[in-house]
Design a binder for this molecule. Structure first.
Ligand code: SIN
Length: 271
């Protein structure tokens, strides 16, 4: 079966209709990767995919990070009884990029819906290539040389605004990282690198830095750059982590919402 691609918005998000054998065989993997790179987010619906099959599909697309979770499957839930790192996962409710502190941020991730919340729990993605491309040329020139310090500590203030000294000490144990505000990729394309780990812009005052980061985040998350995925049980969604930011919309910790995630290892250095 060939792939039928149905774009969900002009700039981001496509459903791909195909059959499970095609996905498992990897026969269309290069085409799927190209669509993922172009559209930022893709999803498959109605295919009754198992955990094992999810990992097989992921391996056709790249290397997986199997240190996380069980056999390449990590449970995303805000319920402490399901995932002991549930509090940390509350950070997923704020715009972020996965692994911006790593030398090579994750290429992407596969997310499969096992159970949904009665209300809330959609996931939003914004296309950070398109957001960069649409900036006025003088703004592109102004921000091109800027670098941003990313920190794990900063991202935790979204979850726990009044952290204790011990909590701050813990999160400061993770080294910070200086990253370009405009990420020039191996392909030559450029994207905005933003998200909840952004602490401050090197060389700017605290006020200027906060204002610029908030203004660019607001710019990048305008409706025209955003795809909102309204989950159905069984959906398998894949996002490009190097060309998007994402966040889950709020849902109750005891809602039962459960996603299984498989991470595609980073391929592109970020320095
Ligand atoms: C994530 O940020 O990795 C999870 C997003 C979601 O739960 O929808």
């Amino acid at each position: 079966m060939t792939l039928e691609v149905i774009d969900q918005t002009p700039l981001i998000g496509s459903e791909i209709k195909t059959d499970l054998d095609t996905l498992l065989s990897g026969a269309e993997a290069q085409t799927i990767r190209a669509i993922l790179d172009r559209r930022g987010v893709i999803f498959f619906r109605g295919l009754a995919i198992s955990d094992e099959q999810q990992v097989t599909i992921a391996r056709t697309l790249g290397d997986i990070v199997d240190s996380e979770g069980d056999g390449g499957i990590y449970k995303i839930s805000l319920d402490q009884g399901v995932n002991e790192r549930a509090k940390y996962l509350q950070g997923s409710l704020f715009w972020h990029v996965d692994g911006s502190l790593q030398p090579r941020p994750n290429l992407g991730a596969l997310l499969r819906a096992l159970r949904l919340a009665d209300s809330g729990g959609d996931t939003e993605f914004c296309n950070t290539y398109a957001a960069y491309d649409a900036l006025p040329e003088d703004e592109k020139r102004a921000i091109e040389p800027l670098r941003v310090i990313h920190s794990a500590e900063r991202s935790q203030y979204y979850v726990t605004p009044e952290m204790s000294f011990e909590e701050i000490e813990f999160w400061q144990g993770y080294p910070t990282k200086s990253c370009p505000l405009v990420w020039t990729h191996a392909s030559g394309r450029k994207s905005l690198l933003l998200g909840s780990t952004c602490d401050y812009v090197e060389g700017l005052s605290v006020e200027e830095s906060r204002a610029l980061l908030a203004r660019l985040r607001d710019w990048a998350t305008q409706p025209r750059f955003v795809y909102r995925h309204r989950w159905q049980v069984g959906d398998l969604l894949i996002w490009s982590n190097t060309g998007t930011m994402h966040r889950a919309l709020p849902y109750a910790a005891d809602s039962g919402r459960l996603m299984h995630r498989t991470i595609l290892a980073g391929e592109e250095p970020l320095h």
